[in-house]
Design a protein around this ligand. Structure first.
Ligand SMILES: [Zn+2]
Length: 243
């Protein structure tokens, strides 16, 4: 069993989820749905494998967690508070939800524009409830934009104003950022630092090491077709040193 052979500074898996809900057959992004029952089995597997969840924001000032795992949820869907949070609270697992600040109480307009189904996003009260239940809220920009294609003033606005808007809602510092579509470059990373973020996640795959750039953290994509054996094997690959 690989559990016993883990070295002290275990590579850190950061899991990427979108929607915790049954697949909407009309959706053009069916991979983005993880069934609540499957999600619960994944949480229980994490407990069984002795992973302990840490919040993304603590990576900046904490020691590197040993046998840690970070759960992230992109876009801020209401199914996060309705279907994920109760299960996570019950099992003592935390997570970070990346909210599109211009769509609080709105919908995933950026996907609808491309023909996808409309899904509700969390309201101000629901975001506050997330924090009161031990979840972390991070920024996913104001409008879910391609950050690497923006003029500097708009890049600054998307990063700084989304942070300020979310801080005004939840009343705690927002220190984590998720680049929409994983799109970023040197200018984006540097503006993210200037805006006061401490860590940012990309959509690059793989494990994270203590020396991994905190503004290019890698993630493990958990999809609707990630059945339990696949989940465990993805997790295992993201905790190996030889990657
Ligand atoms: Zn997104």
């Amino acid at each position: 069993m690989f559990v016993a052979r883990m070295p002290v500074s275990t590579p850190l898996p950061i899991l990427m989820y979108h929607k915790i809900a049954p697949i909407n057959r009309r959706s053009t992004l069916r991979g983005h749905y993880v069934h609540p029952g499957m999600f619960e089995r994944q949480l229980k597997a994490l407990k069984l494998l002795k992973f302990s969840s840490v919040q993304l924001g603590t990576l900046y000032d904490n020691d590197w967690p040993s046998r840690g795992v970070i759960l992230t949820f992109d876009d801020g869907y209401t199914n996060f508070i309705d279907s994920a949070v109760p299960k996570m609270v019950r099992l003592g697992i935390s997570g970070t939800v990346f909210m599109v600040s211009g769509q609080v109480g709105g919908t995933n307009e950026w996907d609808v524009k491309n023909g996808d189904v409309s899904e509700p996003l969390m309201t101000q009260a629901q975001l506050r409830e997330c924090v009161s239940k031990g979840m972390e809220v991070g920024s996913h920009t104001i409008d879910h934009v391609h950050l690497d294609q923006l003029p500097l003033h708009e890049l600054r606005r998307q990063l700084m104003d989304s942070k300020a808007q979310l801080e005004a809602i939840v009343g705690v510092p927002i220190t984590t950022l998720c680049y929409p579509y994983g799109r970023q470059n040197e200018a984006v990373r540097s503006m993210a630092k200037e805006a006061g973020y401490r860590v940012a996640t990309s959509t690059k795959k793989g494990p994270n090491f203590p020396n991994t750039d905190r503004f290019e953290l890698r993630r493990v994509n958990i999809r609707s077709d990630t059945l339990l054996p696949v989940f465990v094997s993805k997790l295992w690959r993201a905790t190996r040193h030889d990657r």
